[in-house]
Design a protein around this ligand. Sequence first.
Ligand SMILES: O=C1O[C@H](COP(=O)(O)O)[C@@H](O)[C@H](O)[C@H]1O
Length: 256
Amino acid sequence: MMSDKIEDTGEKGHTATTGYVLVLSDVIAQAEYLASSILHHAEEKEQGETLRIALSGGSTPKRLYELLGSSEYADRMPWHKIHLFFGDERMVPHTDSDSNFHMVKESLLAHIDIPFRNVHPMPVLDDPVKAAEIYQAELQAIYGSDTLQAGKPLFDIVLLGLGGDGHTASLFPGTPVLEEKDKWVSWSQPSDAPHKRMTLTYPAIASSRFVMFVVSGENKAQIIREVRDENKPYPSAAIKTEGELHWILDRAAGGE
Ligand SMILES: O=C1O[C@H](COP(=O)(O)O)[C@@H](O)[C@H](O)[C@H]1O
């Protein structure tokens, strides 16, 4: 169905359709692979450097976060070197069960010893424009510039999920945020999602060393085929990175 490698054309960066694909046996192997990969990238960082990860929400990454928060990983991870950001958020209180921050808190943050200043939830305000501006300003302060520069990625790793409608982060079909070329963070009101959303934009996601789509389950097999192989114009198909893009799939989603 899909190639697991691309030819080295000399061009820099990957798109959703040119990235590498790794199909693992099941969701446990998928979480193991991702956790050890994150550990490896964190250990590679020199003293004083940080690993910046944008976390995905929804249900799929929960197993990974639980593993990172388990005794197998929690004490081995150099949390002081790791900064956790969010790829998207639902505009509900952080205590709400629909909140991505809430899911990450329950599955990971409550179980690890990470400095408070290393965790960067998206703010939730009545005014989504203001909330997006605040998060963008936080990212810019950490990045050290208000302009994204090629060769200086904002994130080391961006984890992304894939919705059945082809959305990723909160880049939903038919929403104006898909046209955003300048802002790093924006918001939208998807027609068939109950809450307003805040999301990293395409340019912010593209400023990354690695984008990792993490997708599992038979119910995602069809949409993966459409995005990867059939080039259908879903929001997830337009994801790019100046670094590498990896699809980390379980067999149910990725096939043989
Ligand atoms: O709404 C969202 O959906 C996608 C996919 O979620 P999943 O439950 O199918 O894994 C997710 O990546 C995104 O962060 C989330 O807010």
